[in-house]
Design a protein around this ligand. Structure first.
Ligand SMILES: NC(=O)c1ccc[n+]([C@@H]2O[C@H](COP(=O)([O-])OP(=O)(O)OC[C@H]3O[C@@H](n4cnc5c(N)ncnc54)[C@H](OP(=O)(O)O)[C@@H]3O)[C@@H](O)[C@H]2O)c1
Length: 265
């Protein structure tokens, strides 16, 4: 495929102010896409939008806290107004983690994570999908995690939110696959981003960083998976092997091993 195969497509990328989202926005814009950059940190989005303005695609800033119940409809409306038409690609990337033994974690923090990682994905998808089906054109790309494939002790709720994203993606894929709309769920392992700077991960940041992929690599593979209309895609061969291996052992065994890997050192 040519580098320009997103030319003039209108794309929403949530969580575009850092990490995988910023890399995805750069990747789509380099291929000619026009990208609505969504996150809370407006100044970062503005810097990225001005960077993109020198290339084949453009970026428009849509400041939003996606945990707010009415944000999804407003984000889509502002994105369509800023980009001048209906959305062709929705990228559900914004997400946060929460590390630590479940009984000691803050319920408020966990519920904010659940709202962002799950509700915002559902609300945004619900806002754009009917139009995509009507036009028989469009794609939903959601970023889950390898945490979606098995329970994740010490990140129990985070893993469950990502299992939700994977299950939801597969469910709607089967509904829309003959209606001209694609659905891709990308499940990265550790990625070198600001993700580990918050959510209680700070003590384990070094361990995750040692095996982390770059956000640019993950974004490039995610765009490749979308172009190929892959349904579920795991970047990196070690992550692919891990995702397959866990299928061959009982869930309790897999969960105990995962708990040893993820537990405090
Ligand atoms: N890093 C990893 O190891 C890894 C592995 C597997 C999957 N993932 C997934 O990849 C996705 C991207 O994470 P990342 O690694 O790139 O982390 P990141 O660098 O921390 O980026 C997270 C993005 O989400 C946005 N965000 C956070 N809270 C938000 C809110 N309430 N409303 C709107 N936007 C919000 C942040 O922007 P603002 O703070 O400006 O709002 C930021 O742009 C997440 O879904 C994560 O679960 C990450």
């Amino acid at each position: 495929m040519s580098n320009g195969d997103f030319r003039d497509q209108r794309i929403i990328v949530t969580g575009a102010s850092s990490g995988i989202g910023a890399a995805l926005a750069r990747g789509f814009a380099a291929a000619g896409g026009h990208v609505a950059l969504v996150a809370r940190r407006r100044e970062r989005l503005a810097v990225l939008a001005s960077e993109l303005s020198g290339g084949p695609g453009k970026g428009v800033v849509v400041e939003a806290d996606l945990t707010e119940a009415d944000s999804a409809g407003r984000v889509v409306a502002e994105a369509e107004a800023g980009l001048g038409g209906r959305i062709d690609v929705l990228v559900n990337n914004a997400g946060i983690g929460d590390y630590g033994a479940f009984p000691g974690t803050s319920l408020a923090d966990i519920e904010r994570m659940m709202t962002l990682n799950m509700n915002a994905v559902v609300r945004l998808t619900h806002a754009v999908l009917p139009g995509m089906i009507q036009r028989r054109r469009g794609h939903i790309l959601s970023i889950a995690s390898t945490a979606a494939f098995q329970p994740t002790p010490h990140m129990a709720v985070y893993g469950a939110t990502k299992a939700f994203v994977l299950s939801f993606s597969m469910g709607i894929w089967a509904e829309v696959r003959k209606k001209g709309v694609g659905v891709t769920c990308v499940c990265p392992g550790p990625v070198e981003t600001e993700f580990f700077d918050r959510g209680g991960f700070e003590s384990r940041k070094g361990d995750f960083s040692r095996v982390a992929m770059s956000p640019e690599r993950v974004a490039a593979e995610a765009i490749w998976a979308l172009r190929g209309r892959r349904t579920v895609y795991v970047p990196g061969w070690k992550n692919k092997v891990g995702a397959v291996m866990q299928r061959f052992a009982p869930m309790r065994t897999v969960t105990r091993i995962t708990g040893k890997v993820l537990g405090p050192k």
